[in-house]
Design a protein around this ligand. Structure first.
Ligand code: ADP
Length: 358
């Protein structure tokens, strides 16, 4: 079922917590709403669920305006971070409950299959109080997923699982949603969940939609500095620069020669992803005739060893640290290094509006 939000707003105490939100969720789509804490994600989901009434704007399920339709009549299945299971029912009966009240067929078979998918088969005869937090959350997930509603609404449903379980639950969730093709809105502050689960991602900040697009579009073409710095670990490196002329700019105390034509603007924000940088030891030769590809000097503050990769923290100006991903020979704390990257890997942003400049 297709969902449309049109100019949707929610005001609490004269403050917009959701502001003029307009977006479409396509039929069968897995849309992830991603943003920092307090950006209005849960409020948006609660309005879709019918648990909060919009202050203004409209919600359409297919062609029907549902603003005043009560939650029970919307045919949505909800999974929240704070899973509320029925304490007096065993796991089996908790999962079976939504099927029971709708008198659905093949109940036992559906419950057993769902329990197996989420690794709950051996727990079916236990009561919620006998389970760990992660197990309870999986039961809540199973209870929501066991039936076939028109819409799934999920608010951080994997947040109480440990890293290993979260990885497998993510896989199962995506598989189930693909098989069933149920329109899904999934709220999270975790960019890995967003990038791995979403057909598209809607990024919110301070109640407003910042960008909506496929994971690839969001990562490769962030439309503003907020999206650029929110998605990606470590975040995109940024630095304000002043343009000197068509082929050089000032960054901190350094004059950087640039091999291709610079945008015609006095000031810009230069952004580059940590994995696009390479490090060599020693300070680059600067000034006239600096070689291409161009280089930025810095000093190594710290190197984080993560097993499969390293992240070097490099100070490139008095208050700017850039992160560099990857292993590089002979990098030592406190020493001068040269950072290299291709001009093609730069993202330019306007220093005032923070929007992308192509
Ligand atoms: P998120 O899910 O992105 O963390 P929320 O939608 O939960 O954000 O909250 C957005 C903002 O709205 C927060 O600043 C929160 O304090 C505020 N808020 C949420 N619910 C209420 C409420 N019932 N009354 C007043 N303020 C609220």
């Amino acid at each position: 079922m297709k969902i449309r939000l049109e100019n949707l707003s929610k005001v609490y105490n004269h403050d917009f917590v959701v502001k003029n939100l307009t977006m479409d969720i396509n039929s069968g789509e897995f849309l992830v709403v991603l943003g920092p804490s307090g950006s209005g994600k849960s409020t948006t989901l609660n309005m879709l669920a019918g648990l909060e009434i919009p202050s203004s704007g409209c919600i359409f399920f297919h062609e029907r305006m549902v603003n005043n339709v009560p939650p029970g009549k919307r045919d949505v299945a909800l999974v929240f971070q704070n899973y509320a299971l029925y304490p007096h029912m065993k796991v089996y009966d908790n999962i079976a409950f939504p099927l029971k009240i709708r008198k659905e067929k093949d109940m036992r078979q559906k419950v057993l299959k769902m329990a197996e998918m989420l690794g709950l088969s051996v727990l079916l005869q236990k009561y919620p109080k006998e389970l760990s937090g992660g197990e309870r959350q999986r039961v809540a997930l199973a209870r929501a997923l066991v039936r076939n509603p028109q819409v799934f609404l999920m608010d951080e449903p994997l947040s109480n699982l440990d890293a290993r379980l979260r990885l497998s639950a993510r896989g199962e969730l995506k598989k189930l949603q693909r098989q069933r093709n149920v329109t899904t809105l999934y709220v999270t502050h975790d960019q890995t969940e967003a990038l791995t689960l979403g057909d598209r991602i809607a990024i919110m900040d301070k109640g407003s939609l910042q960008q909506i697009g496929t994971p690839d579009e969001i990562y490769e073409n962030p439309q503003n500095a907020f999206v650029a710095s929110f998605v990606g670990t470590p975040p995109m490196n940024m630095a304000p620069i002043n343009i000197r002329n068509t082929h050089s700019f000032i960054l901190g105390d350094s004059i950087i020669e640039f091999p291709v034509l610079l945008p015609v603007k006095p000031d810009l924000i230069l952004g580059v992803r940590p994995e696009k940088l390479t490090l060599t030891t020693g300070k680059p030769f600067s000034g006239e005739g600096a070689s291409s590809p161009f280089t930025i000097p810095g000093t190594v503050e710290h190197v984080e060893y993560l097993g499969h990769e390293s992240i070097s923290h490099v100070k490139i100006a008095s208050n700017i640290i850039w992160y560099v991903k990857g292993f590089f020979e002979g990098i030592k704390t406190g020493e001068w290094v040269s950072l290299r990257f291709s001009p093609d890997d730069i993202h330019w942003f306007d220093p005032i509006t923070k929007t992308r400049i192509e």
